[in-house]
Design a protein around this ligand. Structure first.
Ligand code: NAD
Length: 352
């Protein structure tokens, strides 16, 4: 079976139909489909439809609670503590982001502490959602309750998740600027995509169980397990440790030191800040300054073939390139075909 190209709308239908067949209520199934396919559209296949088989493993294991909604544990004028009740991260985070931004709009800025939710996917989606509410945002996230994947700087085995950080800045009449990244050199999903494609990974991303650099993606998936390295050497590690403290300790969901895998699940804890720019000055000045910064940066003479871009522009370019058809690699497509078949659905029928 080879790779396929599928229209985004049909990919959404396929994911939503599988999710509904697995027991998700309609709104959850559609929200999940929207989020996963959107990750593919932005070029992040690691956080797209390839996650569905993993999620449904957790549904079958009973660790993912279908149809869960967020509970507000505590609240002040500018803070919001939410328990995700082990629901789909996509469902919980969409609602939590909306609630956070509503608070920011009245208080000027607000802080969300989110715990006990499953994988919240591509974090940039939430910064884009916050920007849709007119808010600038910062998302600090840890990955716990799952085997560690990333070695601490100078360490030889995995002790951390790929702990992502994301910042979004809204712009008038234009897409927001969004910097969204794992603190490992790559997201683990990108190594999984290479494994599915049968391709080696670039050197310098992963060490094997002996602490030696490896280009074999299987190092991350078959024992003896290796580890991802942090981005920017000690700096990525320093950031990742702080994300554990903010998202894991401060948000009350526990760090990876406590929340080690006892069952099949991926927990994302998150501290997010939303800021209503209007609370700090005039929007006109702010937006004009963002335009000036962009022009200033892009005036730098190119060093090679690629132009200077703002963070978030690679994702916008991927959206343009993939608007009419998403490429799905052979390994991922086979997983989806098998998964769909388990729910009596013919995935091939969605290619038309
Ligand atoms: P990446 O390295 O592809 O991109 C990181 C950032 O750099 C992006 O904001 C991108 O727009 C920007 N960028 C890339 N090339 C650029 C260029 N030439 N000029 C200017 N900006 C540029 O991202 P990643 O670290 O591989 O992470 C991939 C995804 O994985 C992210 O969406 C992240 O949220 C997600 N993730 C999620 C979890 C989770 O547990 N939910 C964990 C880790 C990562």
């Amino acid at each position: 079976m080879g790779g396929v190209t599928i229209r985004p709308a049909r990919a959404r239908d396929l994911v939503a139909d599988i999710a509904r067949a697995s027991g998700s209520p309609d709104a959850e199934a559609r929200g999940l489909a929207e989020n996963l396919v959107d990750a593919n559209l932005t070029g992040h296949d690691s956080h797209g439809v390839s996650m569905l088989p993993l999620y449904l493993d957790m549904v079958r294991a009973g660790t993912m609670k279908l149809g869960a909604s967020p509970s507000v544990v505590a609240e002040t004028a500018a803070t919001l503590t939410i328990d995700g009740n082990r629901g789909y991260g996509q469902t919980i985070m969409a609602q939590a982001t909306d609630m956070l931004c509503a608070k920011a709009k009245t208080a000027g800025a607000a802080v969300l502490a989110l715990r006990n939710t499953h994988h919240i996917g591509r974090i940039g989606a939430w910064a884009e959602r916050a920007a849709g509410h007119g808010c600038a945002s910062i998302f600090l996230v840890d990955v716990a309750g799952v085997d560690a994947k990333v070695a601490p700087h100078n360490g030889r085995d995995a002790r951390l998740g790929t702990n992502p950080i994301c910042l979004g800045f809204p712009r008038a009449g234009r897409p927001p600027v969004v910097a969204d990244m794992a603190t490992s050199r790559v997201a683990v999903g990108k190594v999984r995509v290479a494994l599915n494609k049968g391709e080696p990974i670039a050197p310098g991303l992963v060490i094997d169980a002996d602490g030696k650099e490896s280009t074999d993606p299987a190092t991350m998936f078959r024992p003896p397990m290796g580890a991802l390295l942090t981005m920017g050497e000690h700096k990525g590690y320093a950031l990742s440790a702080m994300l554990e403290l903010f998202a894991g300790a401060l948000a009350g969901g526990m760090t990876i030191a406590t929340l080690t895998p006892s069952e099949k699940r991926i927990v994302n804890n998150c501290v997010a800040v939303a800021i209503d720019p209007a609370a700090f000055g005039t929007l006109d000045t702010m937006m004009a300054e963002a335009d000036r910064l962009e022009a200033w940066l892009k005036a730098s003479p190119p060093r090679g073939g690629d132009p200077v871009m703002l963070p978030g522009e690679p994702e916008l370019a991927a959206r343009r390139a993939r608007a009419d058809g998403l490429p799905v690699d052979a390994g991922t497509w086979k997983l989806l075909v098998d998964l769909a078949a388990a729910y009596g659905i013919d995935a091939g029928g969605y290619l038309a």
